[in-house]
Structures are given as C-alpha cells and as structure tokens.
Design a protein around this ligand. Sequence first.
Ligand SMILES: [Zn+2]
Length: 207
Amino acid sequence: MQHEKCCYCETKIPDEGHLKAVEHFKPKSVYKKLTNDWENLLLACAQCNGKKSDKFPLKLTSNEREAKVIHVKYDSKKRKTDKAVLIDPSKEDPEKYLDFVIDQKEKDIYGLIIAKDDNRRGKITIEVIGLCERYYLINHRDFMRDSLIPAFHMMMSAKDHDNQDRLESSRQIFGSWMDKTYKLSALTRAFVRYYNLDKDYEIQIPS
Ligand SMILES: [Zn+2]
C-alpha cells in the first residue's frame, strides 16, 4: 500500500534493520484495543515514528490564528468515534493539506513542507510529526538540486531546440518520479505544478 515509503515523510525505507517502524496512527498507549488493528497500522521511518510517539491531538484551540493543540482527556466510551486532527495518510489525501516551498528565492525555507493556505490540520500535522525539521528540508533540497532542476533544464533546452525525442524522454522521467511508488513523488508533483510543467510541457500529473 505504501510502496516501502514512510507514511509521513515519503522517504523510501530500507528493507533491513532498525530504520523501519510500525506506526500506530492512534497510539497504542491510549487506544490499547487498536494495537493490532490493521486499519490503525502504518509503515513509518524511525525518525517520524519517534517524533510522533504517542501524540494524537483531538481538538484545536478556539483561537483560529493559533495552531496549538488542546490535549483533551481521553474518554474510553468515546474512543471509537475520536476524530483525528492529524491527517491520516491512509485515508486522506495529504496533498490537500500540505505543500512545499519550491521558490528558490526563499533561501531559508526552500524545500520546506508547509500547510496549504495555512490550514490548521496541516500546521498541526507538521508540528506533531516534526516535518519542519531541517533533516527533511535538506532531503528535499538535495533532490531538487540533483534531480528535478537538471531534468527541468534538460526539458527546456529540448523545447528550445525542438528536440521531440528528448522532450518525450523528459516527460517520461518526470512521469516516473511523480508515480506514487517513487520516493518524494509528492514533492515532484508540487514542483511540476509550481513551474506549470503540466501546461507548458504537457506533463500529466497522476491523480
Ligand atoms: Zn518518515
């Protein structure tokens, strides 16, 4: 289901060893009955799993401008209907809530994960999983610098020289990187949208 990628940061998780973790979306320390519930289990990298730990916010503050979490007291009778504030990557589309800073002029935050239109669930998810940490930002920058930008330049030059073969192979490269089986495919889709590559170069963004 996850194509060997972390459910939160979409990095590929190596097959062997300590870097992979079973993530309990609803923490097993609180939702004991869901410890082995298939619907509650996700694959995460050790970094995201450790950072989220047993955090599971259920309510937001009433102050719309604040993205703080009220830690409510858990009520065992209501646990079945508890509605997550965190975005559930197995049931919702994270791209509705999260985006990336692709503008290279934004030197300090280039590559950062941000909440679309400052939406509060996006902000809370970023905060709780720690997706704003430098570790992820560097990862995104490296991928843009080493892969996305060179491929974009190659495609522009192919268009300038009206080289249809190279143009087509560029489209295929972006297509394979946007495929959900590939690491950082959501970042690639955001990059394609940001530079209008879908319109200007007829690249199809997979849904
Ligand atoms: Zn992760």
